[in-house]
Design a protein around this ligand. Structure first.
Ligand code: SF4
Length: 395
């Protein structure tokens, strides 16, 4: 068994104005063929990959995970979700697994679907709320209103999703500090275990990018966006949430999965941040089984055709070097507030942290950008502000 699996569902009702993910609108007629191909790819992966032990004691502390991402996974029917989950069970033991689905609030209205997901064994839901301001949601091209997002959140709770994440974006067109502070004050009162808050990234080629360069919209500058990030840290900290990664906060209930990281943190993403191995299936999905990294074909029809021909739908693969592994273990791990454990690094990379980075560590500690505490290396508050200077020393 491989303990972590990402499944990409590349369908959306329509594309949001800021989105550059591998997802397609108006392709609903291909969903069933895609589900069949996805199940077939999972079968091939199960035959090809022998079980991989977790690379360290920290990695072994994580639950097995399956993450349905997208796109909009909740465009699949419950029956299709069940078939994919059953196929995934050949790779990840479902008992005790964290099984997450991303969900667009506009697709899960009504109690039946969410109750159905819960009954299938999904135990974590990640709702893409993004904003509680209707004009902004419209500008972003989201298919839901703020009220519908609230309703989805309440219905997810009622369906028994105790482990519930909400995604929000800040630094949005027209957003100011007061509006963002009001959003934070509202959501801090909701019964949510987890928040992921991301600064808007304006991706070239998106409609929002075109509107911005044409001068039709403007976004807060870097200082204003930085101030919004600090406001988020203060507001969620005051509401009792623990920030455990650059963009992620969790309620500290139910013990810890790693020292300083509450149990209800996203175990799937923790596997990424620990630079563990994970398999992935679906159009454009990226998998990592050291030393091999691969990504699947991007297009839905190319993907279906390749699987139909009986081959893994891999578009690209390359072999990582030990240097790549060490650099990535640092780059990913330093995103966590607890930083990188020396024991984890040594177990994952087969070399002590001091042997790999003695000069960089000495220099960065001397500059006050990182600190070494209880067998871990982590950012100082100043270092976090200058993260790129630290990251470049590990690459
Ligand atoms: S719902 Fe998500 S994946 Fe789909 S277009 Fe919008 S941002 Fe992209």
């Amino acid at each position: 068994m491989t303990p972590h699996l990402y499944l990409h569902i590349p369908f959306c009702h329509r594309r949001c104005a800021y989105c550059d993910f591998n997802t397609y609108a108006n392709m609903d007629a291909r969903i069933e063929a895609y589900v069949q191909a996805l199940c077939a790819e999972l079968g091939m992966l199960a035959r090809q990959f022998a079980p991989a032990p977790p690379p360290s004691a920290e990695a072994a502390a994580l639950r097995p995970t399956i993450f349905f991402g997208g796109g909009t996974p909740t465009m699949l029917s419950l029956g299709q979700m069940e078939r994919v989950l059953n196929a995934a069970a050949a790779l990840v033991p479902l008992a005790d697994a964290e099984i997450t689905s991303e969900a667009n609030p506009g697709t899960v209205l009504g109690r039946d679907y969410l109750h159905g997901l819960r009954a299938l064994g999904f135990n974590r839901l990640s709702l893409g709320v993004q904003s509680l301001h209707d004009p902004t949601l419209r500008l972003l091209g989201r298919i839901h209103t703020a009220d519908e997002a609230r309703q989805s959140y309440a219905e997810a709770r009622a369906a028994g999703f105790d482990n519930l994440n909400l995604d929000f974006i800040f630094g949005l067109p027209g957003q100011d500090e007061a509006q963002w502070a009001a959003t934070l004050a509202t959501i801090a009162t909701w019964e949510v275990t987890h928040f992921s808050l991301y600064a808007l990234i304006l991706e070239e080629g998106t409609p929002l990018y075109a509107q911005l360069t044409a001068g039709r919209v403007s976004v807060p500058d870097d200082d204003a966006t930085g101030a919004m990030y600090e406001t988020a840290m203060e507001a969620l900290g005051a509401a009792g949430y623990v920030q455990y990664e650059i963009s992620n906060w969790v309620r500290p209930d139910g013990g810890e999965v790693l020292p300083g990281i509450p149990q209800q943190a996203c175990h799937h993403n923790l596997a990424y941040w620990l630079n563990s191995d994970y398999l992935a299936a679906g159009a454009g999905a990226h998998g990592h089984r050291y030393p091999r990294r691969y990504s699947d074909l991007l297009g839905i029809d190319d993907y279906i055709k390749a699987v139909g021909a009986g081959r893994l739908p891999v578009a690209e693969e390359h072999t990582l070097t030990p240097h790549d592994l060490r650099a990535e273990t640092m780059l990913m791990g330093m995103r966590l507030n607890i930083g990188v454990s020396e024991a984890h690094f040594a177990a994952r990379c087969g070399m002590s942290l001091d042997t790999a980075y003695s000069e960089a560590l000495g220099e960065l500690v001397g500059l006050g950008l990182i600190e070494r505490v209880a067998g871990r290396v982590r950012f100082t508050p100043r270092g976090r502000m200058l993260g790129n200077r630290v990251f470049e020393r590990f690459v």
